[in-house]
Design a protein. Structure first.
Length: 225
């Protein structure tokens, strides 16, 4: 019987468990090659990740774990791309797409802890799209967008939970139509103007996955300096 293939979740769960073992008594040593009681556990993590890459369960993997005292594990295995020969390295650059949302949200919550932002108050007026939000109600006979002021202000909680009213033009037809009708830049340009779309409902009324976290990033930038 051939060995069972493990999912990426299985791989990560196993590596996480081994990393927890590796952190025991490790102190503040910052390199995976340092000597100490955790060396065997670090070697076991190497084996788990290397086997997964060799078996093509993942093309390649870079892993790191840290505690409040420093890095307890780091390793890189496999290839950057299966059709190339360049190995995965500790400094390989990844496009992590919407996982930037998790990082940005943590940064915002750190500012909440510091008292520089709040969850429930209106967000700082760093841009008209946040300070004076408009709700898209449709289009007139000529195809021009019809908007009105939002019934309530946007809060950081709205943005973090995707309930502010912002959407993505690729998943909301009216937003896509607005982008074309207004001539605003598309998101691929990475311009701030590309996320200045009107809301498709009043803040707090519904849930919609959209450019909310882009605005959280702008708030983090403006608030933290």
């Amino acid at each position: 019987m051939p060995p069972a293939r493990h999912s990426r979740r299985d791989l990560l769960k196993g590596a996480t468990a081994l990393t927890a073992l590796a952190s025991t008594g490790f102190g503040s040593v910052r390199t995976v090659r340092a000597q100490g009681s955790a060396a065997p556990s670090r070697a076991r993590i190497d084996v788990v990740l290397r086997q997964a890459a060799d078996a093509k369960e993942v093309p390649g993997v870079v892993a790191m774990a840290a505690t409040d005292t420093g890095v307890v594990y780091e390793g890189a295995f496999g290839l950057r791309a299966l059709d190339q020969s360049a190995p995965m390295t500790l400094d390989t650059v990844f496009r992590i797409a919407s996982m930037t949302k998790a990082i940005t949200s943590v940064a915002a919550m750190q500012l909440v802890e510091q008292g520089k932002l709040t969850l429930e108050d209106p967000v700082p007026n760093i841009d008209p799209a946040l300070g004076a939000p408009q709700v898209l109600e449709g289009f007139d006979a000529a195809g021009a967008p019809k908007v009105r002021p939002a019934k309530r202000p946007i809060t950081l909680r709205h943005l973090l939970t995707h309930t502010a009213g912002f959407s993505y033009d690729i998943w909301d037809a009216d937003t896509g139509r607005y982008v074309k009708a207004s001539g605003m830049p598309v998101r691929a340009t990475r311009k701030v103007a590309s996320i200045r779309t009107p809301l498709i409902f009043d803040p707090g009324d519904k849930w919609m996955y959209g450019v909310n976290t882009d605005w959280v990033g702008r708030l983090v930038e403006a608030t933290s300096g």
